[in-house]
Design a protein around this ligand. Sequence first.
Ligand code: FES
Length: 366
Amino acid sequence: MTPVEPPLALLAELTHRCPLQCPYCSNPLEMDRAAAELDTATWQRVFDEAARLGVLHVHFSGGEPAARKDLEALVAHCAGLGLYTNLITSAVLIDRARLQGLAKVGLNHVQISVQGSEPANADRIGGYAGGHARKIEVAGFVREAGLPLTLNAVMHRQNLDELDEVIALAVRLGARRLEVAHVQYYGWALRNRAALMPTRAQLEKATATVEAARERLKGSLVIDYVVPDYYARRPKACMGGWGRRFLNISPSGDVLPCHAASTLPGMTFQSVKAHSLRDIWYGSEAFERFRGTGWMPEPCRSCDQREVDWGGCRCQAFALTGALDAVDPACEFSDHHAELVASAERESGNAPPDFIYRRIGAAAPV
Ligand code: FES
C-alpha cells in the first residue's frame, strides 16, 4: 500500500452566500446558512494546522468568498504562514480599493469566473444583471495590482458557441491562464443537466477550438481543458484521487475529500470544530473510505489505469447508480456507460428546459 502523503492544497469554502445563481454551481443543494459559518479565529487556527500538515496552497472559495468581511484577515494570516493564496471569485463584490488591499496583505493570485463572453447571455446564466461588465472591470484591477489572473470559463450548450470569444477575452484581459471547463454533472448541474449538456458535435468543435488556440497562443496563455465525462471513455481522476492531494472545508467546518462529498449517504465527515486536520486527513474513516485502490470493484481493481484515474468520481458514480463503490459510469467498462451516453445524446438533442437557478430552497427534491 502506498503511504498517505500530506495534502497539497486546501479549498476553503468560506461561505455559501453568493450574489450569483449559476445553475451549475458546485455547492451542495442544501447550503450552509450564514449563521453556521466558521468565525475568523477558527479559520485562522485551521490554516495554522494546514501549514503544519504540509499544505502549500490555500484556495479561498465559496459561494463568493468576498462576501466575508474578514477575507483580508484570512489572506494575511495565510501569507504570514508562507501559504500560496488564490482567490476564486465571481468578482462582483470587489472594487479597486478592496483588490489593492488584498494584494497588500499578501494575496498571490486571482481566479475570476466568467459565464461567457456575451454580456446579456452571461448575465442570464449567472442570474445577475451587470455581472459580466463588473468582472471585466475587476480583471483590470487585478492586473493593475500586479497579480496573476486566471479566467475560469464553465462551458455548456448555452455558451459553447462563444468559446472563440472567451479565449480572445482572456488574451485581452491579460490572463496568464484560462480554464475551459465543461460542466461536471453533480449537485446543481445534475439538476440542470438537460439545460446544460452539449451535443457531441458542439464538444468536438470546442476541443478543436482549444487545440488551435493552444498552438496559436503558446507562451502567452495556458489553456486548461476539462471535458465532460458523459462523452469520455475513461473517467477523470476526480480531485486527483480521493484523499490524495486535496481537502475541502465547508463553510460550517466539515472537512471533505471533495466539494460534493456531502451528497454521499451513510458517510460522516468530521468537523474542524472537534478534530485536528491531521487526525482527519490521516485517520478519519471518510478519507480512508475511497483512498488508494483497495476499495475498488472489478474491473477497476485489475485495470492498468487504476492509479491514473483512481476510480473516477465517487459522487458521480453514486448519483448515477445509487451505489457508492460502483464503477464510475464515465468509464466505458461500466454497465451504466451506454445509458449515460444515451442520456447525453437525448438531452442535448432536445430543446433546453429553463434553468433551475442556485438559490436556497430552489432545488426540488428528486
Ligand atoms: Fe466527489 Fe468527484 S465530486 S469524488
